[in-house]
Design a protein around this ligand. Structure first.
Ligand code: 5RP
Length: 230
């Protein structure tokens, strides 16, 4: 299986957890898009009856076009299950780095309102230490972002405002904020860093998801492994 086929296999394994009547959180990214496709097929072919809350405009559009009915926080306080991708998954704790796809704020709001967060990924995402090769994405308000970046620097990071190649505008989230990609190196204390970032003025939310995921379906070339938080 190539990497995309692995992501699809993980997504299809997670789609089997969805039952009639559930309110389902829809993640964002290439792996989550496979999950949404699998749900669309179950709705169309099996008559599965669910409602969903998406974590991005992209996932919203894909799900609606596929015939999935949407729920809203105006009527729903708790979701049964959210299935989402991740940029890194720590073995054992299933703590995560998320947000390279830019949807971390909505992803965290939806995950926090869910009874379960299930992560789907290919095995390249599984790590012994968070951070290292990839930055921790941090969503910040636009006003005074330079000052917020200086405060984050004092926590030990090199923050870089996300700026997609070949564009003349910095990246903006669905909530109209900036993302600072913050390189910290390997993280000794992800939970402590998550707390420190959440107390940093100007930070809206960080891409560290600590103690939120209970299960991960991780695919490699030979199959899908189900990991449970230890
Ligand atoms: C978006 C995310 C994604 O879940 C994460 O970037 C993984 O994406 P992909 O499945 O495309 O590798 O956190 O904000």
């Amino acid at each position: 299986m190539n990497r995309d086929a692995q992501r699809r296999a993980a997504a299809e394994a997670a789609a089997k957890l969805v039952e009639n009547g559930m309110v389902v959180g829809l993640g964002t990214g290439s792996t989550a898009a496979h999950f949404i496709d699998a749900l669309i097929r179950r709705v169309r072919d099996e008559g599965l009856k669910i409602t969903a809350i998406p974590t991005s405009l992209r996932s919203d559009r894909q799900a609606r076009e596929g015939g999935i009915k949407m729920a809203s926080f105006a009527n729903v306080r708790q979701l049964d299950l959210t299935v989402d991708g991740a940029d890194q998954i720590m073995r054992g704790s299933l703590d995560l780095v998320k947000g390279l796809g830019g949807a971390l704020l909505r992803e965290k709001i939806v995950a926090a309102a869910s009874k379960r967060l299930v992560i789907i990924a290919d095995s390249s995402k599984l790590v012994d230490h968070l951070g290292g090769k990839i930055p921790v994405p941090v969503e910040v308000v636009k006003f005074g972002w330079e000052s917020t970046a200086t405060r984050i620097e004092k926590l030990g990071a090199t923050p870089v405002r996300r700026w997609p190649k070949d564009t003349d505008q910095p990246f903006q989230t669905d909530g109209g904020n900036y993302i600072l990609d913050c390189t910290f190196g390997a993280l000794d204390d992800p939970a402590g860093l998550e707390r420190a970032l959440s107390h940093t003025i100007g930070v809206v939310e960080s891409g560290l998801f600590i103690g939120m995921a209970d299960t991960a379906f991780v695919a490699n070339a030979t199959g899908v492994e189900k990991l449970t938080r230890l």
